[in-house]
Design a protein around this ligand. Structure first.
Ligand code: LIP
Length: 266
């Protein structure tokens, strides 16, 4: 499998870069909303659809027996036991508003979870990669989380959902967390927030409501860098809640969020 894993990572990285370049070209022309999903603010642009189509075509051409799970609907069954989990443009609202923080996020999963991951940010040109059991890298350089151990001095990322009732609850949680940490960052792209934990730009990150394509690649980048990712009460990270942190901080943040019942979906 080793040779295949290296080939998988190479394909994921090169496809994420090509997809990101297409997203950037679309952004430099005109970007418009072509549909909405869970709410009026959960938008889909023509670029989302075009970029996912490009990723799908590259995967099918190279690995026709693999399954695909894409945010914009390019679901495809497979027979190989591997699934490509794709967010063509993570940070869609940023992208639509011309905020230069969005990414193409690609993970390949087997029955045990993510095997390889690639997160490419076209606006900065940065590419995060990870391979299970082998580490995480930013543009080929190994990355590590911070040595943070105290919530009171921690810089923590978070995000909010597309449903107003869920945001109301998330706002309550953030209001309770904020006095217990140094500061909060809400930057709008979960995959990049997770990668920021992996490389030490953030000490931790938590968010309720992440979809598999938001989470799959960034979770492997964090864990292979030496960070910890979970839900609450020993659960795995999921739509209920994702908590990613430097190893010295993770338990304290989970404990705080458990006291706030932060996973109670709005
Ligand atoms: C986004 C996430 C972000 C979250 C947004 C949205 P999308 O994904 O990356 O962290 O706060 O609500 O889910 O929709 O841009 O792919």
């Amino acid at each position: 499998m080793a040779g295949t894993e290296e080939e998988l990572l190479d394909l994921a990285e090169h496809t994420a870069r090509e997809a990101g370049a297409l997203a950037r070209r679309h952004r430099e022309s005109a970007v418009g909303v072509v549909a909405t999903k869970s709410s009026a603010t959960d938008v889909v642009t023509a670029a989302d659809t075009a970029v996912e189509g490009l990723v799908r075509s590259r995967i099918v051409a190279a690995r026709p027996d693999d399954a695909i799970l894409g945010e914009e609907g390019s679901h495809r069954a497979g027979t190989s036991g591997l699934t490509w989990v794709v967010d063509p443009i993570d940070g869609t609202v940023n992208y639509l508003h011309g905020i230069a923080r969005y990414a193409t996020s690609i993970a390949v999963e087997d029955a045990e979870g993510p095997v390889v991951a690639a997160v490419h940010a076209p606006a900065t040109g940065e590419t995060f990669t990870a391979r299970r059991g082998h580490g995480s890298w930013l543009d080929g350089r190994p990355i590590r989380p911070t040595e943070a151990t105290e919530l009171a001095t921690a810089l923590v990322g978070t995000g909010f959902g597309y449903r107003a009732d869920r945001r109301a609850r998330q706002g309550e949680v953030v209001a309770a967390v904020l006095p217990r940490i140094a500061d909060i960052r809400r930057a709008g792209a979960a995959s990049l927030d997770l990668c920021d934990v992996a490389c030490g730009r953030l000490d931790a990150y938590f968010e309720q409501g992440l979809q598999p394509w938001d989470l799959a690649a960034g979770r492997l980048v964090v864990t292979e860098a030496g960070g910890l990712v979970s839900g609450l009460a020993g659960a795995a990270a999921s739509e209920a809640l994702t908590v990613a942190a430097a190893p010295g901080l993770h338990a304290a943040l989970v404990a705080l969020l458990e006291t706030l019942d932060a996973a109670r979906l709005g």
